[in-house]
Design a binder for this molecule. Structure first.
Ligand SMILES: Nc1ncnc2c1ncn2[C@@H]1O[C@H](COP(=O)(O)OP(=O)(O)OP(=O)(O)O)[C@@H](O)[C@H]1O
Ligand SMILES: [Mg+2]
Length: 230
């Protein structure tokens, strides 16, 4: 894995607002890798993702991201931040508009954008819902819209905050497979915050835990129980 392109490196990072939540965070993530972060509610997982996404100022340390400045980091928020009264198309197009550069002549900009929207909607299995207002979709479908919006941006680093919540097992596989396929094609990486430890362990290459002592550590002291035979 170590010959893969380095996508993100974080050194001695401290995150928080008025008070520091988590400090001395050190991690590297390379193309194709998925890092999952678990930890108790309110510990600072979302704050960490928001800091990497550039939405919260780091309290200390360095973040360097090897991705286009524009659109290179795709953030799927825990609270999805969709425009509920407009269509799936419109919401996904918001990602495409703010996405990574197309490197093409301006005349074809609209078509390229349109292609990105259709591709992302298709990957998330939302073709039938494309003209539907978002507020009429189920919770799980809305999560897929938020994921499609991020894929339409064509990011190099995906930051996903509990994005598998409200999905049943079949939908989790569909969404995960689609995101992994995108990651493979685009040589991108993903950091996912996930409250379900078993799922986090299953889908990630590396599992990290935010601890009550304010540190991010490798997840060790948990024995995953064997899946019951059904
Ligand atoms: N905008 C903000 N300004 C000040 N404090 C905040 C802000 N957002 C969150 N906090 C505080 O920071 C702490 C960590 O919040 P955060 O959302 O990062 O936790 P979390 O680990 O993602 O929790 P959960 O698992 O419940 O989503 C909480 O105590 C919260 O009240
Ligand atoms: Mg959170």
């Amino acid at each position: 894995m170590s010959d893969r392109k380095l996508i993100l490196s974080v050194e001695n990072l401290a995150v928080g607002y008025d008070v520091e939540l988590i400090s001395k965070i050190n991690l590297e993530i390379r193309a194709g890798e998925i890092i999952a972060i678990v930890g108790p509610s309110g510990i600072g997982k979302t704050t960490f993702l928001r800091t990497v996404a550039g939405l919260v100022r780091p309290l200390a340390g360095e973040i360097s991201c090897n991705a286009p400045r524009r659109g290179g980091i795709g953030y799927i928020p825990q609270r999805l931040g969709l425009v509920r009264h407009t269509s799936v198309y419109h919401n996904v197009d918001l990602g495409a508009r703010s996405g990574t550069p197309f490197w093409s002549e301006p005349l074809t900009w609209f078509n390229r954008r349109h292609t990105r929207v259709l591709d992302a909607v298709n990957r998330m299995g939302l073709v039938e819902k494309i003209d539907e207002p978002v507020r009429r979709l189920s919770g799980g479908q809305q999560r897929r819209v938020a994921t499609a919006r991020t894929l339409a941006q064509r990011p190099k680093l995906i930051l996903a905050d509990e994005f598998l919540s409200e999905l049943d097992d079949d939908n989790i596989s569909i969404v995960l497979d689609a995101v992994k396929e995108y990651m493979k094609e685009s040589e991108s990486a993903m950091i996912i915050v996930e409250h379900n430890i078993r799922r986090a362990a299953e889908i990630s290459d590396k599992l990290l835990q935010m601890n009550l002592d304010g540190k991010l550590v490798k997840f060790v002291d948990y024995e995953l129980e064997p899946l019951s035979e059904e």
